[in-house]
Ligand binder design. Structure first.
Ligand code: ZN
Length: 343
């Protein structure tokens, strides 16, 4: 006990001694001019470091601002990396060196201006038919077994997903509206008869919304091994309230082959025929074969024709206003949904 007490007292004496010594040293320093100069130098250097840090922080906050949607933040770096990857695929991100002054260069990556973004998966299908039929007709590369399609729709319902139409997503993006949690868009391309025979039946069973990308000139015909639903069948589906139809050109034409008049004709004939037969059209487009989605020539034609959203075949789930004319889609095959990131 005694020993311990004396140690404490020694240590406090030492503290007082040290304190006095430090004070004395500082006073001595201030008596010398060079010390004042040194002090000022340190002060200026610290201020400069502080200013640079604040600038870096500000530019970081600008990055996160574009990735934050209201209270929803893309938290992980991998999510951000994914966005960058998707955006760079569309050629929207340039990565020049940011130059603050001729002498001072910072961060080699520019802040991508992605606009307003939503993480909404857009799934896409073509044929939905029994696998045996797909085998017989040679559709296996474009088909999902209709039984599996039915299970996938059931999965959406039992896992709390909310289906929205292709135009609803575009409207949400344009108006900065957050759709209900776990929203997903289900698109079926090309107007195949089996969409009416099977997919539509599942849609009614589970009350899910289907967005059909329709090449209007092919409706009601059979070409090779492909049969397309009729306008009457399309009207029946649309009347159910579970299906909406969107322009996918007139003849399922691959845009951007250099003939802008032909592009214009294909885009607007499809849209006019939808208007004529269904009485309602949306300013939404889907690129046959994904062709033209990254072409300014084609997107300019679409914009001039009044389209505000277009669906590409570029993979991804982050949808941003900066590439609203090349929205990302996830191609679905005959596997349970978790295999495609829908969990
Ligand atoms: Zn197509």
């Amino acid at each position: 006990m005694k020993k311990r007490k004396s140690r404490i007292s020694d240590s406090s004496q030492f503290t007082v001694y040290s304190y006095n010594r430090v004070l004395k040293t500082i006073k001595d320093w201030f008596n010398k001019k060079w010390a004042i100069v040194l002090f000022l130098c340190i002060l200026i250097a610290s201020s400069l470091i502080l200013i640079l840090k604040t600038n870096a922080k500000f530019s970081n906050s600008k990055i996160s601002e574009s990735l934050v949607h209201e209270n929803k933040t893309f938290k992980t770096e991998s999510a951000f990396a994914q966005i960058l990857k998707e955006a760079s695929l569309s050629g929207k991100i340039a990565t020049p060196t940011v130059s603050l002054s001729p002498a001072l260069q910072l961060s080699p990556t520019a802040t991508p201006d992605l606009g307003y973004c939503l993480n909404v998966p857009i799934l896409y299908y073509h044929h939905t038919e029994p696998w045996s039929q797909a085998v017989t007709l040679g559709h296996t590369s474009l088909a999902v077994d209709s039984g599996i399609f039915d299970e996938q729709m059931s999965y959406l319902t039992s896992h709390g997903y909310n289906t929205i139409f292709a135009d609803e997503l575009v409207n949400d993006l344009v108006n900065h509206i957050e759709p209900p949690a776990k929203s997903v868009v289900i698109t079926l391309d090309d107007g195949y008869q089996d969409n009416y025979d099977y997919a539509f039946q599942s849609a009614k069973k589970y009350n899910v919304k289907l967005s059909l990308m329709v090449p209007t000139g092919l409706l009601g015909i059979t070409s090779g091994t492909n049969t397309y639903f009729s306008w009457d069948e399309l009207s029946t589906m649309v009347s159910s309230g579970l299906v909406r139809a969107y322009d996918h050109t007139w003849s399922h034409y691959a845009l951007n082959d250099g003939n802008t008049q032909k592009d214009q004709f294909e885009i607007m004939t499809g849209q006019n025929e939808l208007q004529q037969h269904l009485g309602t059209v949306y300013n939404i487009f889907a690129y046959p074969y994904g062709s033209g989605a990254t072409s300014n020539i084609v997107t300019d034609i679409l914009s001039k024709d009044g389209f505000v959203g277009a669906y590409s075949t570029i993979p991804g789930t982050y949808q941003c206003t900066s590439y609203i004319l090349a929205l990302r889609r996830t191609r679905i095959g005959s596997s349970p949904f978790p295999a495609f990131g829908i969990e």
